[in-house]
Unconditional design. Sequence first.
Length: 482
Amino acid sequence: MAYEAVIGLECHIQLKTRTKMFCGCEVEFGRPANWNTCPVCLGLPGALPRTNITAIAYALRLGLALGCDIRHESVFARKNYFYPDMPKNYQVTQYDLPLCEHGTLPVVVEGESRTFELMRIHCEEDAGKSFHPERVGDRRISRLEFNRAGTPLLELVTEPVLRTPAECAAFLTQLRKLVRALGISDGDMEKGQLRCDANVSLRPVGQSALGVKTEIKNLNSIKGVEKGVTAEIDRQRRELESGARIVQATLLYDADHDKLAIMRTKESAHDYRYFPEPDLPVLRVTDADLDAARAALPELPWVREARFVSQYGLPPYDAAVLGDSRELADYYEACARGGDAKLASNWIMTEVLRVRNDRGWPLEKWAEQVPAPRMRAFLDKVAAKELPGPVAKQVFAWMADEAGSVDELLALHGIQVQGSAEDLRPLVLQVLDENPGPVAQYLAGKTITIGYLTGAVMKKSGGQAVPQVVQQLLAEELARRG
Ligand SMILES: [Zn+2]
C-alpha cells in the first residue's frame, strides 16, 4: 500500500529583546550561572510578572508579516507541569485565546511556489536549563541554571499541511529568513534561537482521516529536521507494512548517529490543567499598536527576492542566496544599483561569501573592510574589462586586507595592468620558441616546468605581468602545441 506523510511543525522562536518576557532581567549569553535572575523568573512566592511590550510588538510584526488574524484581546494562561528547571511548576503561555491565528508562509520548494497554512502564533516564556547527571564525591547531582528562564518565545504552529522532509526544510529556512529580516530573532538553530518539534503521521494515499502521530522533539538544525522526519516516516512505514500499529509517542532524534529513540509513549494527551494566568491582565492590542508594528515591517524577504528577479534580472537562485539576510541583500543592492547587477551577484555570491566563510567573518566585518562603494568601484572596473580575471581575483584578495583604491593597490604591488592576453601573448610565444627543452619536458608530462616558463615571461615583461595571467596563457599555448 502507498502511504503519504502528514507533518505539522511547532517552531519556537527566541526573541531578541533586551529583557525577559515578564521581568526586567537581561537576556544575554555567557553570563555566570544564575546571574540574570530575579524573584519573578525564579518563581519566588509573591513576585508579580509584567509583560514585556517589546516582545508583544515583535509578535505583532511576525503575525502581520504572515497575514495572521490578530486578536485584540488575548489571554495568558498557566500550563501546569512539573519540571526541575521551571520553579513555578507552570509555564506562562497562551492557550485558547492566542495573539495570532491563521496566516500563511510562502515558500519555494524545489523551484515551486507554495504557501503553508498556519494554525497560530502565541507568546510564552522559556524554561531554564538542567545539567545532569554529574558526579560530586559519591553523589550524582544535577545543576540548574536559570539565566534562560523567562526568555521571550513565540511558538508558531503550522496546520498539518507539510508532506515531505524537503518541505519542512524549506519552511524552516524561509521562517529563519523572515525572523531575521524582521529583526525579531537571530534565528540561529545551533544556538537554540529557533527550535522545532515535528508531528508526523502516515495514512494510505487517498484517505482523508489522519493516522496516529508521533512527535519528534527539539530538532536543532534544518538538516536535523529533514533527516529526523525522514527517519520517522521510514520507521512508521516499516511498522505499518509489517502489520503493526503506530503508538502515539514522543521521540528524540540523534542527528549524529541518525537514530530515533522513543522518549515516552502516551496513551492519552497530557492534562496540563490550563487556566488563565491570574497575575496578568488581558493582553490588549490597540489599532495604534498594530499601526506601529505595520510601520516597523521591512520589505518582506519573498517580496524582495521577487523584486531582485524583476528589477535586476537575477535568476531566482541568486535572489534566494542574496536574500538570505537583510544585511546581505542591502549590501548587494548598494553594489548593484545602476551597475552590472549580475556581475555584482556573481562576485558577492562566490567571492564575498567565500571570504566570509573561510575567515568566519560576519558580513558586517566584510562590509567594514570593503564598504559597498569600494566594492562597486572594483566591480565597475571588472565590468569595463580593465581588470583581466586573474588580476581581478588578486585585487579582490588584497582588498580584504588592505586599504586603497584598485589603482592604488595595483601601484602598491607594482603591477601595471598590461595583463590582458593581447599584451602578453607575444611574450609568451617568444618564450616558448626560445625554450624548446622545457616545452618538450612539459609536453612529456613534466608539467612543473610551467613555473620556469612563467618566470621567463615575467622577466621579459619587466615584472609588470600578472603571473596568473601568464600561467593561464602558457597553459593554453602549450595545450595547443601538445
Ligand atoms: Zn527575572
